[in-house]
Design a binder for this molecule. Structure first.
Ligand SMILES: Nc1ncnc2c1ncn2[C@@H]1O[C@H](COP(=O)(O)OP(=O)(O)OP(=O)(O)O)[C@@H](O)[C@H]1O
Length: 281
């Protein structure tokens, strides 16, 4: 029989959600006055395969900068990002993103928007449309395939963004305040829908927010960051049962307890960040 084309040295194709490691991750920027400012300092974090990890920190502390480095969109000044123990170089095809701003193409229909990822990866038109149709149904947008983004509500556009990301079956999902532009009720509904999708698909998640209730409702672990420069201050394991309904879980006594514990750690940093902003202004 013919020997396999894969040599023993060839690493096996990655399967399942990856282990994410951030090692002494540091980012410095030069401000308009030419001064160098450290925005992220010696950031250390490990996200287990399939874990839902939420970063919370005060406004302007450097959360988005951490996520941009994990996405491979921003180069670290020092330290490294490891995906399954391999240093990240550029963007990783296993990574999916959902950001605050809608990333939908306004000139494409819902179907074409969701099919864009598979098409880009070389999937044939018919198969891409089938996969897209499947995810459009899963996010509750059946019947809206031929609509354009401007014909949808903010929550519906967010569902398109989720379908657009999940259709690529990302092993690592990076989310930067994805629901912050939505009203409070839609936000809770979307959080529940995100959890259901994640629970059915499995992915390692790094989710950034400054909303503590959202953080606790979603996470396996909440990581509190310091005011700028961002570093890990404390971590809290969220031992609430799954599957979770974010709208209902808030009424559990354990939720209130966790909220108080985490807020105690977070509030000092919020005050420091406020003082920084006032001094800068
Ligand atoms: N490309 C850049 N050049 C210079 N400074 C930058 C750049 N990107 C971010 N910064 C600065 O880094 C700091 C952290 O920004 P970042 O967006 O990471 O914070 P954040 O915690 O995500 O904020 P928010 O919660 O308000 O979204 C800010 O002071 C910002 O002005």
């Amino acid at each position: 029989m013919r020997a396999s084309a894969v040599s023993p040295e060839t690493p096996p194709a990655p399967t399942g959600p990856p282990l994410l490691g951030l090692r002494a991750l540091t980012k410095r920027f030069t401000d308009p006055a030419g001064r160098e400012r450290t925005v992220v300092a010696d950031f250390e974090l490990e996200v287990a395969p399939g874990e839902f990890c939420v970063l919370i920190g005060p406004s302007g502390c450097g959360k988005s900068t951490v996520l941009s480095m994990v996405a491979g969109l921003e180069q670290p000044s020092a330290g490294e990002v490891l995906v399954d123990k391999v240093p990240l170089a550029g963007t990783d095809p296993r990574t999916g993103f959902v950001f605050q701003q809608d990333a939908v193409f306004p000139w494409k229909t819902v179907l074409a928007n969701v099919a864009a990822g598979p098409r880009f990866r070389g999937v044939g038109r018919r198969e891409a449309a089938r996969q897209a149709g499947d995810w459009i149904t899963r996010v509750g947008l059946e019947g809206f395939e031929q609509h354009y983004p401007h014909q949808l509500s903010g929550g519906m556009r967010k569902r398109v963004a989720l379908a657009q990301t999940f259709v690529n079956r990302p092993g690592l999902l990076l989310m930067d305040e994805p629901f912050s532009a939505l009203d409070a009720q839609t936000r809770q509904i979307m959080a529940g829908e995100l959890l259901a999708l994640w629970e059915s698909l499995g992915a390692s998640v790094l989710f950034v927010t400054h909303d503590l209730e959202e953080a606790i409702a979603l996470a396996d672990r909440v990581v509190v960051l310091t005011a700028r420069p961002a570093a890990v201050k404390r971590e809290f394991v969220i031992d609430l049962p799954r599957p979770r309904a974010p709208r209902e879980i808030r009424f559990l006594p354990r939720f209130a307890q966790l909220h108080e514990e985490i807020w105690t750690a977070l509030s000092d940093e919020v005050h420091t960040a406020y003082a920084q902003a006032t001094a800068a202004g």
